[in-house]
Write a protein that binds this ligand. Structure first.
Ligand code: GAR
Length: 191
């Protein structure tokens, strides 16, 4: 059977990218990460991709006249490589209709909150500021809205401390496990 091909889209540090690659390599995911797409030239995830030998494509959206224009370029790269699923892993950008139409039900995202609460780029801090005690992580199909789309998996933790760094690390560890579970559901079409 043909092995599933994944593309990971990321904008930042890339710890989720690394967790996915490691799971593919040690057999917890029956797939390969074939391409890393990054919209922030210079982001740390690009160094990780180099270290793990994943082909990467970094672009600056400002170099294109519209979202449609750069997504059209991305679609041809993804199609040339036979990508089956796109995993957003800290990709801090709305996905537009060019990608969504071509990869319908094949783009997923991970977000560090129990959606639909605390969407956006500062979910953990926003939840802390709100006084939340039950934190969590969500994976979901992607639609054209910020952190929107049908939920696939969630995991929760109770945290009553006040150390945001400790909390962030706990949440990242949960993310790395949850994304593996979700990608396996995608591959086996059990969602
Ligand atoms: C992760 O916590 C991910 O859930 C979050 O960005 C972080 C990226 O970390 N995504 C969002 O907030 C999406 N709205 P990483 O670069 O170390 O994987």
């Amino acid at each position: 059977m043909k092995r599933t091909k994944l593309a990971v889209f990321a904008s930042g540090s890339g710890s989720n990218y690394e967790a996915i690659v490691e799971a593919c390599r040690d057999g917890r995911i029956e797939a390969d990460v074939v391409l890393l797409v990054c919209d922030k030239p210079g982001a740390k995830v690009l160094e990780r991709a180099k270290r793990f030998g994943t082909e990467s494509f970094a672009f600056n959206p400002k170099d294109y006249e519209s979202r449609e224009a750069y997504e059209t370029v991305l679609v041809s790269m993804l199609e040339e490589r036979g990508i089956d699923y796109i995993c957003l892993a800290g990709y801090m950008r709305i996905v537009g209709k060019v990608l969504l139409e071509r990869f319908e039900q094949r783009i997923v995202n991970i977000h560090p909150s129990l959606l639909p609460s605390f969407k956006g780029a500062h979910a953990i801090q926003d939840a802390v500021d709100y006084g939340v005690k039950i934190f969590g992580v969500t994976t979901h199909f992607v639609d054209e809205t910020l952190d929107g789309g049908r939920i696939i998996d969630q995991a929760a933790i109770v945290y009553e401390g006040s150390d945001i760094e400790e909390l962030t690390n706990l949440i990242h560890n949960i993310e790395h496990k949850l994304y593996v579970k979700t990608i396996n559901k995608l591959i086996n079409k059990k969602y």
